[in-house]
Design a protein around this ligand. Structure first.
Ligand code: NAD
Length: 362
């Protein structure tokens, strides 16, 4: 069986970090005969420079034919003055909507070795491993009508619409339950059902879908309480599922619990778990080309790809354990460096992960 991966390095540090993720995947591909096939394409500023558009037709057909997409990052100073329609970020938005990636997975994982990087106390965050599943293509960010209108008395009024249909709730609920099944089998659905009818329906539909997953323990929490619990006792959660706007806010809070942007992967999935996998950080133009970027978020994104699109959970875990082993050797890229550690560059960090995989396979 072959697994086709579209590789889109993008801009800035994108090519540097993607090279390390490919190094890790290529090692496993040979070691375990995984059947991974890689094909590179252009996206973002690099695509604009070569073709005049950030999401060229060749890349559209590449991602359509692929089973999964591994992306670096897009954007950079040199493209900031371009017309908004051809800015690098448009390439990313085009990709998300082209593939109908409605389920956004944002894990917040804190390796104990890096617990000092968090603004919270060691015992509150050490070993943290939670997953936020955010609905990405509906809700108040897309609801109609929306706008700013003038009232009869001449006053201006801004308005947006929070809207979710049963089918939209059902598909994100299924996605979240399936993810919980691959983890600790606990799902907390976050809403504001005491005030918003739309999320009253959310709660009703999630509860109904939950009957199909008796192996997953479902709970519900209001969003204000969830935001408080995330900073009070985040380790109580396994998987959280929520609306587009609540997820936008809660996932940023959760990712910052870990304090290290260079460590966090993400995934955006469609209805068949075809997905796009990318680090949560951007193209870091301030350090691009210097060989000092942290590749671990991208390597961990590759692990998510194996787990969620290719159903290779055990192999994904091998990568995650290897990242842990690499940190145990005290190597650190500049962004996670602390006194007494050995500072390394992007490529050496990738090599250390591969070495850790080799040691574990002996
Ligand atoms: P950024 O995430 O690129 O960088 C923020 C800070 O974190 C910088 O100091 C950077 O050096 C550091 N950093 C980020 N990733 C790192 C890594 N792997 N290792 C070490 N340090 C790292 O955010 P920004 O500076 O606001 O944005 C830069 C560009 O990236 C912009 O053009 C923005 O539009 C784009 N962007 C793209 C994505 C994406 O591709 N998904 C996401 C966010 C921002």
């Amino acid at each position: 069986m072959t697994h086709k991966i579209a590789v889109l390095p993008g801009d800035g540090i994108g090519p540097e970090i993607i090279a390390e993720a490919i190094k890790v995947l290529a090692y496993l591909n040979t070691d375990m005969d995984l059947g991974l096939e890689f094909e590179q394409g252009l996206i973002g500023g690099a695509a604009y420079d070569a073709t005049g558009t950030p999401f060229p037709a060749d890349t559209v057909s590449l991602v359509q034919q692929a089973d999964a997409i591994l992306l670096g990052a897009v954007g950079g100073y040199q493209w900031e003055s371009l017309d908004i329609a051809v800015r690098p970020e448009k390439g990313l938005l085009g990709l998300r909507s082209e593939l109908q990636l409605f389920s956004n997975l944002r894990p917040a994982i804190l390796y104990p070795q890096l617990a000092d990087a968090s603004s919270l106390k060691y015992e509150v965050v050490s070993g943290l491993d939670i997953m936020i599943v955010r609905e990405l293509t509906g809700g108040i960010y897309f609801g109609q009508p929306r706008g700013i209108r003038e009232l009869e008395n001449g006053e201006k009024q801004g308005y947006n619409t929070l809207v979710y249909s049963e089918s939209e709730i059902r598909r994100i609920a299924h996605s979240a339950f399936k993810i919980a099944q691959k983890r600790d089998r606990r799902l907390c659905s976050v809403d504001k059902a005491n005030v918003l009818e739309c999320t009253e329906l959310w709660r009703e539909v999630v509860t109904e879908v939950g009957k199909e997953y008796p192996d997953v323990e479902l709970s519900h929490m209001y969003v204000d309480n969830a935001s408080m619990q995330l900073v009070r006792a985040p380790k109580q959660f396994d998987v959280l599922v929520t609306t587009n706007m609540f997820g936008d806010i809660l996932s940023d809070t959760a990712s910052m619990l870990t304090g290290s942007i260079g460590m966090l992967p993400s995934a955006s999935l469609d209805i068949n778990a075809k997905g796009m996998y990318e680090p949560i950080h951007g193209s870091a133009p301030d350090i691009a080309g210097q060989g000092i970027a942290n590749p671990l978020a991208t390597i961990l994104s590759a692990a998510m790809m194996l787990r969620y699109t290719f159903n290779l959970g055990a192999t994904a875990e091998r990568i995650e354990l290897a990242v842990n082993d690499a940190l145990n050797t005290n190597v650190r890229t500049a962004d996670i460096y602390s006194a007494g550690m050995k500072k390394v560059g992007t490529s050496e960090m990738g090599d250390t992960v591969v070495k850790a995989l080799q040691i574990r396979s002996k």
